[in-house]
Design a protein. Sequence first.
Lengths: 144, 383
Amino acid sequence: MHRRRRGASQQGDERIAFEKKYTEDHEWIDISSPESASIGISTYAAKALGDVVYVELPTVDTEVKKGDAIGAVESVKSASDIMTPVGGTILEVNSVLEEKPGTINKSPEGDGWLAKIKVSDTAELEGLMDAEAYRAFTEEVEDK
Amino acid sequence: MPLRHIHLPGRTSYLHAAKLQDRLVSAFLAHKAKPAQHPRPPPTVITAQFHPVYTCGRREVGTVSAEQRQYLTQPTPWGEAEFHEALRGGQTTFHGPGQLVAYPILDLKRYSLTPRCWVNMLESTVIATCGHYGVKAMRTENPGVWVSDQDKICALGVHLRRNITSHGVGLNVSTDLGWFKRIVACGLEGKGTTTLAREGVEPVPSIEKIGDVFVEKLALGLQGVDGTELVKNIEDQEALEEAYLPNADARILAVHGMGAPAVSAHKPDFVHHVPLTGEPGPSDWHRRVPSLGARGEKGGIAAAAQPVRDEHLSPTDISGAAAAPASIPECEKTVEETLETPVDSCEGVLEEDDGRRKRRRSLAKRVLNRFSGGRPIHERTSI
């Protein structure tokens, strides 16, 4: 029987985890590949906004710093800015949202992604909340 | 903490009010970014009466053609208007003499309000203000405040950055309706505009006075706010500006934008027409918002959509309420949200990713939670 040596498993398989991190402003970023990380708004945020009628997307190749506005999501007469969780360069935008802004409501953390960014400084990802921490954060916000 | 009210006397230019608004928002953002270094500004409402100006909302930025601008700014029997682009939601509208413009600037997180609840609250406040003058106003399937299915008395458009609100409402008191007839206001074909004066209010209140009423009603709906505080003197206003501006992070100012954010103008194949009188073409409103009752689109939605009437009272609905509610007014309506429900009803049900339903907890439930030792809801035998 082929037994794995301890050494090998300690070094660990580099399993690429599909992992989202969240900001306090309810944006998410998929950090599984910092070369092309998707950004969007969380389910919580999508619910809070209501039916999205319009999405403003950034331009490809724009360089942004953490916290810069990269677009907006509009619903019921309120246009809400979206800030980028990390600095980097915008690689791609989800143009489906221009015709079908409602995709954000149907799948805010999946098909409703807004843009893909090439992360310039992966250290900035450290300060973001993981899914569990974000869940606790939103519950805390509700209980106030 | 009182709700601060800055009234800009006489008539103001749109840009001046926009600048003051931007400064206040920047101060809020600076506090959010570095709470230790920047004091939190008090919640503030700016009220004003503008020189004639047409403004368009976010979706239209970069798409209004030179011809359209020329049309909007040319001489008319009522005067000459300016044209400005704004980052607020909503489409083209008019502001001018005889209209109360109110811009509440505050942090929604402090009051546990979602953007929808905020819009709902603004509408409630306007309805209450109209009620104060004996005009029965209401909501319909389209946002804003209406006196009938046809006639809109107040337009609404809000901008949010990190939950800090800006822009707000434009309530017609004695506005010259000719200005509105030149555009399809808010992109709504076939709808009209009205004013308090046209609805029979006599004597017509001054903008300052009706601004007071609006701010008072708004203060009633905000948890933790007691009373209002009027800033009247020009000197006081300038002092306020000074107090709020200097320490704000320059980058925050630049990013928030006395101007547009770091995004592009729209691509050419995405042109949206600002509908002008006499121009044929679909109303952009109907094309983009099938879920809000566009005629004939998506079948069942249009048929089932019902206007949200007064009976959809949320705890934040203060139309007719004389006193502040005793319990904390949380946005807690239990209206099930389906596609048929008009968007501007606030509902308190959140769905987690995995399908668990989690209700926003009411005050009563929080109390019970404490008594039951904090066990999760699904483990308790009874609630």
